[in-house]
Each structure stands twice: as structure tokens, then as C-alpha cells.
Design a protein around this ligand. Sequence first.
Ligand SMILES: [Zn+2]
Length: 220
Amino acid sequence: MQSATRRRVSLSGCLAIGLTLLMLVIGLVSLLRPSGSGGTSFDTSPYALDLAKEAYQWRKNHRTTDHNFGNGAIILEYSDGSAPSVYPSPMYEGRDGPPDDINAFHSERLTHENYILPMLAQLRRNGILAKASRVDIIIFSQYHVCPVCQRQMRNWQDQQRCQAGSANVFLTIWELAQEFYPLARDPRKRPQPPVNDVGDIQTVDIPFVEQPTPVWTPTP
Ligand SMILES: [Zn+2]
């Protein structure tokens, strides 16, 4: 009788410990999960910070300009836990295009069209993409992304997936957290904001168009 009670007690004790452990594990997992950046489960912020720092140095070391600087990178991740491969773009200096295609030469579009798409095609052709378990694309802009670019960006992830031949491609757009424009009337927006940590950059929330069977004809 006594031993049966003890067994019951120890059984419920085990259950309590088990439940506590389970709660701890769930808590840890949710803590470890990177904060959502465009719905991705890979934390692109350290890579975006590198791009932002590079753009900062570029502006500092090159002629004074009121143009935007921007860049991007393709990051290949592997399921065996080996370090991701990073393919950084050149630096692009943005400027306005003709009125009917005002963002033709904005740095974000130059990064997407002149680097990301052709590089994805190249990485696909030579079999490098096939080794990756996931592909993250990041595009960074010093200026806040204009509404025309933001609208067009809705299709960019889909275009990149088509070019890569995989739905496992995730795009995140980044910009400086602080508004920056050297010609701004507001003198506080004129100096280049310092870039020291991930708090100095932010993601731009783009509602990407997702197509079940993407149709994209790459330019030859
Ligand atoms: Zn733009």
C-alpha cells in the first residue's frame, strides 16, 4: 500500500519534471529562433551589416556624391552544418532613370538585375546551387527604398527562384535604419549615419508574390 503510494508520487514527480523540461526546451527553441526577417528562418542580419559597413566605407573613400550606394549578396547554406558560402556583389551607385522608368538605375534594381539574377544562373549552371540546402539573397540600400522599387520588389523573389530553379530561395531587403539623404532640407538627414551594429539597419517588409509554378524567362 505504502509502496504503491510512493510509486504514484514518484510517477507524478517524473511527469512534472518531464513537463518542466519540455517547457524549457520549447522556451529555448523559441529563444534561439532568429527574429523574423521577411519570413526567413536564417538570420541574414550579420551579412546585411557587412554590406552596410562596406557601403559606408565606399562612400567615405569615394568622391562626394548625392547618389545612393547599395550592394547585395547571395548566401548558400548547407545541411551538413558547414559554413555558408557568400557571393557578394560589386557596389552600385544609384541614380534616377528617365521619367517612364524612374528606378532603372537605382542601386537595388542594379543589384537584382545586374548581379543577383545572372549570378544565380551561373551558380545553377555549374552545379554549385544544387549543393546548397537553402539560398538567401540580401539586397542593401543606404537610402530608404523608394515606392517604385518596393512595388517591383514583390516579384523579385519569384524571379530569383525561377533563375535558381528552386523555391528554396529567400530574399530580404535591408536599408539604413536612420533616414539619410545628403541633399535633404532637414540638416539632420544629411550626414552619413554610422553603421556599427544591426540596430543601425532595418528590413523593408515586401509582400512577395509567390507563384506555385513560377514562369520566368531569363534574358539570354
Ligand atoms: Zn528605387
